[in-house]
Design a protein around this ligand. Structure first.
Ligand code: PLP
Length: 459
């Protein structure tokens, strides 16, 4: 198995190179050069546990890590999850809810980032390399990325966030991690400033190579790969008679794209419902074929307040029949004019899409609690609300992306009492924390990285 860039201008590479590379040098995203077909294994895989399925499935995409080692990395990645089978399926209000939030930071990103941390450690150790990860977060991603790599000797992680503009809880989830290799940078600016600085630092090729900069955002192929597992797992459990339809709250399209690959591999999946919040660029695309950037709207589902979904490029690449030329033309039109269009929308045989308003999201949280006693986080509620809009045969599985206690204000307010709590989050209040305040300035961020690297090399 080799990995190629969606933009067609990067030599094919191995899995471990793809994990370390992140974004391809030609600006594209890395994808496997073929999609393994598993229809004839469904019987053998039907009764596997989550981790067993992960070992069998991920191995199909990896030929440069020995199976015994890969198995060990997968076991280690999932040992910290609170559910015995890593994820949990619950029947609620006529749908199945697939809870993916039982990892260390209570968000679905742990499923992928816990494994990515293990992969980094193994690959860097073998190569004798050290990686400096730089990321920007408006909340959720930062803590999951930190939890994935904390304590590793081969990685330092620098997470920028806008000071005073992430919730107190989200800040504590990052700053109470006291491992030496974790650096929380409270930037005196906005999230846009953090992202701008991050782009500028990565665009400085000399700095990037001198300081071995790496990224953990959802363009990393290993994140998508780890996510395919739970689509396969739930479809095997529930799709014996009729294919399963997944309803996925969507921001960067990374999660639902993993579902698309699971369907292409041959798992019993009927449709994928792309559920967006009021940032509806993707739902408009699937309805009309038109992909048009708008202004970001801030909602109660901040992890989905995204206009340009980075992983969408991977889907377009397959939509264009793996023709990098067509993809380049589309992305170029979008980059230069803010709009790109297909002659026709992709068709509703795989994807269905809808946008859910804030009012509907909050009402869904209230109704789920009132009717079934289930407490859903706002992102999860977007998926559940979307499920109700489509009449499709077969089971519907709604992806639960965060524990409700991560978003207590909107959950408690919708329900009218304090129901959104979790002991892990309650415990944060008394813990020691550590952060560095930094100016919203490229030079200041680079200085922090330089100082840390100098400190490590002087032992
Ligand atoms: C990241 C995130 C999402 C969106 O996932 P994508 O892969 O970006 O589509 C949804 N819900 C929560 C809670 C998240 O943290």
């Amino acid at each position: 198995m080799r990995y190629v860039s969606t933009r067609g201008n990067t030599p094919a590479m191995t899995f471990t190179d793809a994990v370390i590379t992140g974004l391809a040098p030609d600006g594209g995203l890395l994808v496997p050069d073929e999609i393994p077909q598993i229809a004839d294994r469904l019987g053998d895989w039907q009764d596997l546990s989550f981790s067993e399925l992960a070992k069998a499935l991920i191995a199909l995409f990896v030929d440069d890590i020995p199976q015994a080692k890969l198995d060990e990395l997968i076991d280690r990645a999932y040992q910290g999850f609170a559910e015995p089978d890593v994820v949990a399926l619950r029947s609620i209000a006529g749908v199945e809810v697939l809870e993916l939030f039982h990892g260390p930071t209570l968000a679905f990103k742990d499923v992928a980032l816990q494994l990515l941390g293990q992969l980094f450690e193994y690959i860097l150790d073998i190569r004798g390399q050290h990686l400096n990860i730089l990321g920007a977060t408006s909340g959720d991603t930062g803590s999951a990325a930190i939890a994935g790599v904390r304590g590793l000797k081969t990685v330092d992680i620098f997470i920028m966030y806008p000071r005073g503009k992430v919730s107190a809880l989200q800040e504590l989830q990052m700053t109470t991690v006291l491992d030496d290799n974790v650096h929380c940078l409270a930037v005196e600016g906005s999230f846009d400033d953090c992202q701008r600085i991050m782009k500028a630092v990565f665009n400085d090729a000399e700095f990037k190579s001198e300081y071995s900069l790496g990224a953990v955002n959802s363009v990393n192929w290993a994140r998508v790969l780890a996510q395919i597992v739970y689509y396969g797992y739930a479809s095997l459990k529930l799709g014996r008679e009729a294919g399963v339809t997944f309803c996925v709250p969507t921001g960067n399209f990374g999660n639902v794209f993993a579902g698309y690959l699971a369907k292409r591999m041959g798992f019993p999946i009927e449709r994928l419902v792309v559920a967006t919040n009021e940032n509806d660029i993707l739902s408009v695309f699937f309805e009309t074929g038109r992909y048009e950037r708008g202004a970001v709207r801030y909602t109660v589902t901040p992890a989905m307040d995204i206009q340009v979904a980075s992983n969408f490029e991977r889907f377009l690449y397959y939509h264009f029949g793996c023709d990098a030329g067509q993809l380049n033309a589309f992305m170029h039109a979008f980059a230069t004019t803010g709009t790109a269009e297909l002659p026709q929308p992709p068709g509703s045989d795989v994807f269905l899409a809808t946008a859910i308003s804030q009012a509907t999201t909050l009402e869904t949280i209230r109704a789920l609690y009132e009717d079934c006693g289930y407490v859903a986080d706002p992102h999860t509620a977007v998926g559940i609300a979307a499920a109700g809009r489509f009449d499709i045969p077969g089971p519907k599985v709604c992806i639960a992306t965060a524990h409700p206690a991560k978003f207590p204000e909107s959950v408690n307010e919708s329900i009218g009492k304090e129901v959104a709590r979790h002991p892990v989050l309650d415990a944060l209040a008394g813990l020691e924390s550590r952060r560095m305040e930094v100016a919203a300035d490229e030079a200041a961020i680079k200085a922090v990285i330089r100082q840390r690297v100098a400190a490590i090399s002087s032992g």
